[in-house]
Design a protein around this ligand. Structure first.
Ligand SMILES: [Zn+2]
Length: 578
């Protein structure tokens, strides 16, 4: 595939004027305290109106945890610290003995809960870690991430000091609650204070822990429900006005957050301008939304929108495209492009057509970002887009971060104007626009569910192999084969029927692969393995004897859920083809 003349005209309409103006404006604005966030929304709305783009502004109350202050005092020294959002607020301080745990450097930005992965094999059992941790403040290399926080709490730890890898302290979040909590989520609110310190200070604290010392953690947080503005642009299509692609990203940021995510906000502003100006030439619609509550509310903005417009998203949304940290300096590689399998070829081709020599690899998105739509079931691609080539990252001695195109200014006061790059930004804006055009102007929706069937077959095979004969997944395998066979006949169906089936399949095949909770709920913010209902098969060989039978019960239920989903999908495809 190459860029068509029609597509090229859209791409040529992209300029840097509007986006760079927003980037430089946001580079001078803190955007994480609730009032500052609403002021930033006003800037986006002002720029949209200046370009004649109509925008609707919602102002829901969402639950936020805004950090104010933190410190660690130990051995008579007070260390600088930052509390992640949702840490327990302990303004009076909490004192306890320190204990150091060895972190697996490869799991530093992991959302994993697996003990062997987290500790790189230095701790192998829950009993062992509970004995070490109970009643103590854990000091450990890494980021104060949600999975780790919830585990330390479960093991009886009374606090966590995350030792960041460099000289800077990174902001973050430590809750596993996705969006504003409902009654069912509330018990998962973090119940321990958590802080991050920089590496030199962390080394001293780890040495103190090894010497049997104690420390006092102090955190000052402001938690509550805040009215936060959500601007949404709706550009209807000319042929199918109800159907739309949702392009979205957060506009609240830590500090002035230029690479994460002023550049993304600018990308969405420019796409809104170009698509609105050329709305006579699009068949299906586009909605563009800028979220608050990403940083201090763990995706509370996008989650509110998903909940408030759930039925519309279910009936009409064709795909969600997330825009976070595009256009950063040195980010010329696409080897960490996130995409669900049905959308992977679409995303990769758009990148290849814009950057012919790009290093492109697509991979399963983590349970993170503003991917708040998995339970409804939308085709999905892009999260972070361009990133630094690995060789360059190693040359600079940069550790792994989760944004800013791999610049370690991510989530620090250093994420300033120098992190944005005009050329990379133009390239990334074109990739976003081209991939969206190829959905809204396509005759047949470009989502490849046959590729998803192949992914499922491979997942099943890997789980079966890992179970070493303990799991019989033949029913799951057969059900996928039937769906794949039915899909082979879908090409003969009338285009309208085919597109409806392609959309409906997303509502079945995405939740079965990305969620454990029901549709219209939200899974916690930690890793969901592929086909989570079958994943216990891979754990059988590691589980104790007394857990084997419950594990088989779990597997039977999971396999039932999976087979029923495959049959419903197969039936839907046959209906369209009949
Ligand atoms: Zn971000």
């Amino acid at each position: 595939m190459s860029i068509t003349a029609d597509e090229q005209r859209f791409l040529d309409a992209i300029t840097l004027d509007a986006p760079w103006d927003l980037v430089t404006t946001f580079a001078g604005m803190h955007r994480w305290r609730p009032d500052d966030v609403n002021t930033a929304c006003d800037v986006i709305v002002d720029r949209l109106r200046k370009h004649g783009v109509p925008v609707e502004v919602h102002a829901p109350e969402i639950c936020l945890s805004v950090p104010h202050d933190a410190s660690v005092t130990a051995g008579g020294v007070k260390y600088r610290a930052k509390p992640p959002s949702s840490a327990l607020s302990v303004p009076e301080g909490r004192t306890a003995p320190l204990v150091m745990l060895n972190a697996n450097p490869k799991a530093l930005r992991s959302y994993n809960r697996d003990i062997t992965t987290l500790f790189g094999g230095t701790i192998t059992s829950v009993e062992e870690v509970k004995q070490k941790v109970a009643g103590k403040i854990v000091v450990m290399q890494g980021f104060g991430n949600p999975a780790l926080t919830s585990l330390i709490e479960e093991w009886g730890g009374v606090g966590l000091i995350a030792v960041n890898p460099g000289i800077d302290i990174h902001w973050g979040t430590c809750t596993t609650i996705w969006g504003s909590p409902d009654l069912h989520d509330l018990p998962r609110k973090p119940k321990i204070p958590v802080v991050a310190v920089n590496n030199p200070d962390g080394q001293k604290l780890m040495a103190l822990a090894e010497a049997g010392g104690e420390a006092t953690i102090r955190t000052v947080m402001e938690e509550g429900w805040f009215a936060q503005k959500i601007p949404v642009v709706t550009i209807p299509g000319t042929e199918d006005p109800d159907k739309y692609v949702l392009l979205h990203g957060h506009y609240d940021s830590w500090e002035v957050g230029v690479g994460d995510n002023a550049t993304g906000d600018a990308t969405m502003l420019e796409l809104a301008r170009v698509l609105w100006a050329n709305r006579a030439k699009i068949k299906r619609g586009v909605k563009i939304a800028w979220w608050p509550g990403h940083s201090t509310g763990r995706y509370a903005g996008s989650t509110w929108f998903t909940d408030a417009f759930a039925i519309d998203l279910d009936e009409n949304c064709l795909a969600q495209v997330n825009c976070d940290s595009p256009g950063c300096r040195w980010a010329t590689s696409y080897h960490e492009t996130r995409a669900f399998t049905e959308s992977a070829a679409l995303a990769a081709q758009a990148i290849r057509d814009v950057v012919p020599d790009a290093d492109i690899r697509t991979m399963r998105p983590p349970q993170a970002g503003d991917y708040s739509f998995n339970n409804i079931g939308l085709p999905s691609f892009l999260m972070l887009s361009s990133t630094m080539p690995e060789a360059l990252r190693h040359e600079k001695g940069y550790y792994d971060v989760s944004g800013c195109g791999a610049n370690i200014a991510w989530h620090t006061e250093n994420d300033t104007l120098e992190i944005a790059d005009q050329n990379v930004l133009v390239t990334d804006m074109k990739i976003y626009l081209l991939s969206i055009l190829r959905i809204i102007n396509a005759d047949v929706l470009p989502f490849d569910w046959t590729a998803t069937c192949d992914e499922f077959t491979a997942t099943i095979a890997s789980y079966e192999a890992a179970s070493k004969g303990g799991a019989d997944l033949s029913a799951a395998r057969a059900a996928v084969a039937e769906l794949k066979a039915a899909l082979a006949g879908l090409g003969a169906a009338p285009v309208a029927a085919r597109n409806e089936a392609v959309q409906d399949l997303a509502r079945i095949l995405v939740p079965i692969n990305y969620t454990r909770e029901p549709r219209f709920a939200h899974d916690p913010a930690y890793t969901v393995p592929p086909l989570p209902g079958l994943a216990v098969a891979a754990e059988l060989t590691q589980l104790a004897a007394d857990l084997q039978k419950p594990a088989q019960v779990e597997l039977m239920r999971g396999q039932n859920r999976f087979v029923a989903a495959m049959r419903a999908a197969t039936k839907r495809v046959k209906q369209a083809s009949a």
